[in-house]
Design a protein around this ligand. Structure first.
Ligand SMILES: Cc1cc2nc3c(=O)[nH]c(=O)nc-3n(C[C@H](O)[C@H](O)[C@H](O)COP(=O)(O)OP(=O)(O)OC[C@H]3O[C@@H](n4cnc5c(N)ncnc54)[C@H](O)[C@@H]3O)c2cc1C
Length: 492
């Protein structure tokens, strides 16, 4: 497909429909689009565009469709699965100039934004009126709403309030042929075939979200954060199990292990987390004052029962923020302390946490690579970070093998290979560990309905024959058996 592309012709066309500053072709400027948060894969795109409006975005997509050019949507590039990277030559369409808040409707608790708007800006825009936007990835000061939609992102508060999918009321989407459509009508209930859920989490393979209507929630009357520290990860895992099983619904429940705590304490100079702790658990409780008081008492008792050495409670907002600061910056702190990291994202049933954490420790020792754990414990959503030095020969292979072993472990206990970071190019070859050939074929048929030519973010999410021969072969067998699948999905 890429051999026949005339990039000069595409560039000329793009310069006709977009302002001059919206077309990026200079090699030194293209460098910024080499990778996303998954730094071990790098591919320079031949061309990038930065539209400012839906019309400009649609005009660029129409040109790619006319000329048969693949395209990759890009928000802020904080994704951790290689999703926003042009692995094969493709036009990157970045939304970083589509950062306007289009409408705020407090009467109906909604806000409509362009896709490049940064997650934390949404809450900032309505906080003064007592509202907030619940999905809060740890990257919320940098990641875009469009990226959140493509990955169906989660965050600390998704334990109680649900992930992105639960907060999107309407989407304007530029389809891969450049036409513009509306999914969902911006109301809580809609009468049409509801395709929002199909688009959310589709990782840019069905088109590009160009405007989004989000649900706003009223800020709770009272918030408290409980910080419990433990002398083992297993004990902290047991506390998660007990709290989850009890009649208390935390807004968030997050855990950090010793390596994380060391990095956070050193790099941020915090005093909040005991230096000799093997694990720290943060539990946020919100609601009416009396409800929060009762929840604090119960959660504290359960943490102690699991073996917590100390349980402290923050109620004032500055103290709560201090408790959260290390957790919110844990990945950055690890990035400063170690030359590089490979961040995995798997899910396990919460009841299996103590067993899985112990098994990860054994895998880390067997592979000879340190693994730090910082994760959404209440959701069973693990984020093991394999720490490594990229200068070591053969290291990438070893790192990826350990990452794969951890995902295999998640599946063995009834979990999943992704909680919130998506599949992208990083985990596409593991898709058939989890899904049958029939499952994958059904997903590809949905993709074909939106994108018959396979131009939107090709090579992502699904196994590809060149990248992962074994899993892709099973999809090809289905095609030979008469199931019609988009050729582009199979030839990359
Ligand atoms: C330090 C750190 C902490 C993180 N913490 C969390 C966390 O707690 N929870 C969590 O879920 N994730 C987390 N992430 C991962 C990442 O921030 C999220 O996946 C985020 O949603 C990506 O947004 P982005 O704007 O950076 O998207 P990008 O990385 O630019 O793109 C991600 C995917 O979205 C597609 N895309 C982008 N914009 C659009 C659009 N408008 N329409 C269609 N497709 C589009 C791209 O093609 C790509 O496939 C973290 C990342 C980092 C680096």
């Amino acid at each position: 497909m890429s051999g026949a592309i005339d990039w000069r012709l595409l560039e000329q066309g793009l310069r006709r429909v977009l302002p001059a500053q919206a077309v990026v072709a200079a090699p030194q400027e293209l460098l910024a689009y080499d990778c996303d948060g998954l730094t071990l894969q790098r591919h320079r795109p031949p061309l990038v565009v930065l539209p400012e409006s839906t019309e400009q975005l649609a005009a660029a997509v129409r040109l790619t469709h006319q000329q048969g050019v693949p395209f990759v949507a890009r928000g802020s590039g904080t994704g951790l699965s290689g999703g926003a990277v042009a692995e094969q030559p493709a036009l990157v369409i970045a939304t970083s100039r589509m950062r306007r808040i289009l409408a705020i409707d407090l009467e109906n608790h909604t806000i409509t934004v362009q896709p490049g708007v940064i997650n934390s800006w949404v809450t900032r825009a309505v906080a003064g009126d007592g509202f907030y936007y619940a999905p809060d990835p740890s990257s919320q000061v940098a990641c875009s709403i469009g990226g959140n939609i493509a990955e169906n992102s989660g965050g600390v508060h998704c334990l109680k309030y649900g992930v992105t999918n639960n907060h999107v009321l309407g989407l304007e989407v530029v389809l891969p042929d450049g036409s513009i459509t509306q999914l969902g009508n911006g109301l809580a209930e809609s009468s049409e075939l509801d395709l929002r859920g199909v688009f959310i989490g589709s990782e840019g393979t069905l088109g590009i979200a160009s405007a989004v209507t989000l649900r706003l929630l009223r800020a709770p009357q009272s918030v408290a954060v409980l910080l419990a520290d433990f002398s083992s990860m297993e004990a902290a895992g047991e506390a998660v199990r007990l709290v989850t099983a009890a009649a208390v619904q935390p807004a968030g429940m997050e855990m950090m292990d010793r390596l994380c705590l060391e990095a956070v304490n050193d790099s941020l100079g915090l005093e909040e987390y005991p230096r000799d702790a093997a694990a720290v658990l943060l539990i946020e409780l919100d609601g009416q004052q009396r409800e929060v008081n009762a929840a604090i008492a119960l959660a504290s008792r359960l943490c102690s029962q699991a073996g917590a050495r100390q349980v402290r409670v923050a109620r004032a907002s500055e103290q709560c923020a201090r408790f959260w600061k290390g957790r919110k910056n844990a990945i950055t702190a690890l990035g400063r302390r170690y030359p590089s990291y490979y961040l995995q994202d798997g899910v396990v049933p919460r009841s299996q946490l103590p067993r899985v954490l112990a098994a990860i420790e054994r895998l880390s020792a067997a592979h000879g690579l340190p693994v730090a754990n910082v994760f959404h414990a209440g959701d069973g959503n693990l984020h093991p970070l394999v720490l490594y030095d990229p200068r070591e020969p053969g290291i990438i292979q070893r790192v990826k093998e350990l990452g794969a072993a951890i995902l295999g472990l998640c599946l063995d206990v009834g979990g999943s290979i992704s909680g919130e970071h998506g599949i992208g190019s990083d985990k596409r070859c593991y898709m058939d560990w989890m899904y049958s050939g029939d499952d994958l074929a059904s997903m590809l048929l949905v993709r074909q309905a939106f994108d018959p030519r396979g131009l939107a973010n090709p090579g992502k999410l699904f196994p590809t024959p060149r990248g992962c021969a074994e899993s892709a072969r099973r999809v090809q067998v289905l095609q030979l058996e008469g199931v019609s699948l988009p050729a582009e999905a199979l030839v990359f």
